[in-house]
Design a protein around this ligand. Structure first.
Ligand code: AKG
Length: 215
């Protein structure tokens, strides 16, 4: 990652009220800095998981890998993810993110969407172990590969915000966003190339984070 480059954009802060805000970096990674989504995906131990719905075993509609510092465990739908070590590319991206956002991320969830049928249901990343603070949970979502629509909705008012997340975009959810809003990556009928999304997080290493996301 070349820190000498002229940064293509700075963060735009989008205030959502109630202590929630977003940092939107449309060109967080300049074209020469972006790892190729497919090359990076091949380096990760992406796995196809299942979850149980009304007693049935259903495939999670995406592939997943969890990387992080030792002790940063992630538990999801009854499965515990021990962190795989940082790969050189993931570590480089983490360091760039930390330098620019001033948040010390220690884990990253990779979600690989093979095509438009892969998706993420409505959920909030509201596990109590996520930080850096209870009233400032930082989830930094870096997109690589095919563009996808990302939606946020307020839990009570149902107000919606949408973003077209493309290659090299960064959307950071901050403050109390996870408390008041949910987010999702809807399915689409469009013919799409794969997308790799990296959500960098701050996990308290001494706890077992318990995720509440839906598939
Ligand atoms: O792929 C995305 O943009 C969404 C990822 C997400 O919602 C999550 O990891 O919590």
């Amino acid at each position: 990652m070349n820190e000498r480059r002229t940064r293509a954009s700075e963060a735009e802060r989008i205030d959502l009220g109630e202590g929630a805000w977003l940092e939107w970096w449309p060109d967080f990674l300049a074209p020469g800095e972006r790892p190729d989504a497919e090359t990076l995906a091949r380096e990760l131990p992406l796995r196809a998981d299942t979850f149980t719905l009304f007693g049935r075993t259903v495939p999670v509609p995406r592939l997943i890998a969890w990387h992080g510092d030792p002790g940063c465990r992630y538990r999801y739908s009854g499965q515990t993810y021990e962190p795989a070590p940082w790969t050189p590319t993931l570590a480089r991206l983490r360091d760039v993110l930390t330098a620019r956002t001033h948040v010390a991320f220690n884990g990253v969830l990779a979600n690989y969407y093979r095509d438009g049928r892969d998706s993420m249901g409505w959920h909030a990343d509201d596990e109590r172990e996520l930080g850096p603070a209870a009233d400032d949970v930082a989830v930094a979502s870096l997109s690589l590969g095919a563009p996808r629509r990302f939606a946020l909705r307020h839990r009570k008012t149902r107000e919606r915000r949408e973003f077209a997340l493309g290659d090299g975009n960064l959307l950071v959810m901050r403050g109390t966003t996870q408390r008041h809003w949910q987010h999702a990556l809807p399915k689409t009928r469009k013919e799409l190339e794969p997308r790799l999304n990296l959500t960098f997080r701050v996990v308290a290493p001494s706890h077992d984070p318990v995720a509440t996301r839906s598939a």
